[in-house]
Design a protein around this ligand. Structure first.
Ligand SMILES: Cc1cc2nc3c(=O)[nH]c(=O)nc-3n(C[C@H](O)[C@H](O)[C@H](O)COP(=O)(O)OP(=O)(O)OC[C@H]3O[C@@H](n4cnc5c(N)ncnc54)[C@H](O)[C@@H]3O)c2cc1C
Length: 471
């Protein structure tokens, strides 16, 4: 029987995993995951690229996958290093005939694919990269990648009219036992250089990584609690776990398949009800697809300072003081600071929050937009390279947003989405004595005095003033 090496990447699941299924059908499959040591290095701003929360979620996901593979007679080999070196070395040692993996789309990930492919060539080992991370398969799009509409609405309409979501792939059955290779323990947080912190009870994302937990959450959101029924009405709320699905971290690591969600929502629509909320959840998954395909279309431009638009005119401030105050939730704009503290202490922030803080960072503070994206990359539990950099491009106005100067006014956002200041007071307990009116109208000097009375170190007035807040 041929040995086949399966290289797990952002597809840490057994359900609807075409690449893994194909590998297992070809021979005795050896599942390997490599924690890329480069992802644990610090970025140019001094933040570990894969920070605490995502690393923890990753290790939980790997433990879960290992257990699932063991239940099927196999196992998971987890090593730390450079994937191209480790995978090619194991492939050579075990004399495998093929390496299978899921395809990625962005620069660093595809560079690793190319480097691995170069190393496997002289060994006469084929590498098969299978598309699997999006709802719509790249080959089913009604346009070539080069012609993907830049505007989301055009993309969505064209897809809705022509493309179809493929059915989910079956889950593998019993697998062959792995032989002739030592299987090490999965490293701990400490092994990877992190000190374990206590869990923050306020977290809206208290969930653990792994396919088992991801599928449980899907079941909970649709069937146990019927939360999907009101998703459109609740998705912009900010307190608690249930206002939105929280599928994102499982989707980002591939613990949940977007097709599995789609077909479950479809079943819900058949068996319970189809309404604007069920429609809206799929609509949001289309945003995720859109940013994947936009990343494929524009390649490295996604990460450049001039952005997808190649805008060389816009000026960005290299203001480290503003940046640090934004990161630590000390800008003096309560709604922004509450969101940033939530991110700092839990690794999660709602979509509404992300829009408010990225707009504030790029449109009010005018700081280098990619610093914000780099901080999010390190901190987000659900970091997804395409969604993060695509959304930052979009909000910074150098991406694919057709609207000129989209702006989230923090005064209006605060009043509309945190009317009673429940969210602000949860994350800024030093402001709990301040009235809601003052918290929303933080820009008045008078309010500054009100805040300063009871709020310790919290800024008396915002670090900047904007005429736009008065409108
Ligand atoms: C500046 C900025 C950075 C972001 N970075 C990321 C990121 O790194 N990873 C990430 O998964 N999402 C990112 N998002 C999108 C969005 O904020 C999160 O997907 C969402 O908050 C996750 O919570 P949820 O799963 O409960 O979302 P729900 O409202 O329940 O949405 C369901 C799913 O739809 C997808 N989705 C929803 N909104 C978007 C969107 N705007 N773009 C792409 N996909 C979307 C996600 O996969 C999400 O899990 C970012 C948004 C902004 C404005």
């Amino acid at each position: 029987m041929e040995n086949i090496l399966f290289w797990f990447r952002n597809d840490l699941r057994l359900h609807d995993n075409e690449a893994f299924l194909l590998a297992s059908q070809k021979g005795r499959v050896v599942p390997v995951y490599v924690i890329d040591e480069r992802q644990l290095e610090k970025n140019s701003l001094g933040f570990v690229r894969t920070g605490y929360f995502r690393t923890q979620f990753l290790l939980e996901s790997l433990r879960d996958l290992k257990q699932s593979l063991q239940a099927k007679g196999s196992d998971l080999i987890v090593l730390t290093g450079k994937p191209e070196e480790i995978i090619s070395r194991i492939a050579d040692d075990l004399k495998v005939s093929h390496v299978f993996a899921s395809k990625e789309v962005t620069q660093e990930e595809t560079s690793v694919e190319s480097a691995l492919s170069q190393k496997l060539k002289p060994l006469n080992i084929d590498i098969d990269l299978i598309w699997g991370s999006t709802l719509y398969h790249a080959r089913d799009l009604p346009f070539q990648i080069h012609y993907i509409p830049d505007v989301f609405t055009d993309f969505r309409k064209k897809i809705a009219n022509t493309a179809k979501v493929r059915p989910c792939f079956e889950t593998v059955g019993q697998l062959e036992t792995i032989i002739d290779i030592e299987i090490p323990e999965i490293p701990s947080m400490e092994d990877l250089g992190f000190k374990v912190k206590p869990h923050d009870e306020r977290a809206a994302h208290p969930f653990k990584g792994g396919e088992t937990e991801g599928l449980k959450r899907l079941n909970y959101y649709l069937w146990d609690k019927n939360l999907i029924q009101n998703y459109k009405g609740t998705r912009n709320e900010m307190v608690g776990s249930d206002y939105s699905t929280k599928f994102s971290a499982w989707l980002s690591m591939g613990c949940l398949s977007p097709r599995q969600i789609y077909w479950e929502v479809n079943r819900y629509e058949q068996e319970v009800a189809a309404n604007e909320s069920t429609y809206w959840l799929i609509f949001e998954l289309l945003w995720r697809d859109y940013f994947h395909f936009i990343a494929l279309k524009f390649g490295i431009r996604l990460f450049k300072r001039s952005g997808i638009k190649h805008d060389l005119v816009k000026r960005w401030k290299k203001n480290k003081d503003f940046f640090n105050k934004w990161v630590n939730g000390m800008t003096g704009v309560p709604i922004v600071d509450a969101c940033m503290r939530e991110l700092k202490y839990t690794g999660y922030m709602s979509n509404r929050g992300r829009q408010i803080v990225s707009s504030f960072f790029t449109k009010d503070l005018g700081v280098e937009w990619w610093w914000g994206a780099l901080y999010f990359e390190s901190q987000l539990i659900d970091y997804d390279v395409c969604s993060n950099w695509g959304n930052w491009n979009y909000i910074a106005g150098i991406g694919t947003d057709p609207r000129e100067d989209r702006y989230f006014n923090p005064v209006i956002q605060s009043k509309k989405y945190d009317t009673e200041c429940q969210f602000i007071k949860l994350w800024l307990p030093e402001l709990k004595e301040v009235s809601s009116d003052h918290l929303h109208h933080f820009m008045n000097v008078e309010t500054g005095h009100q805040i300063s009375a009871s709020a310790g170190d919290y800024p008396k007035v915002p670090i900047i003033k904007s005429k736009r807040w008065m409108s």
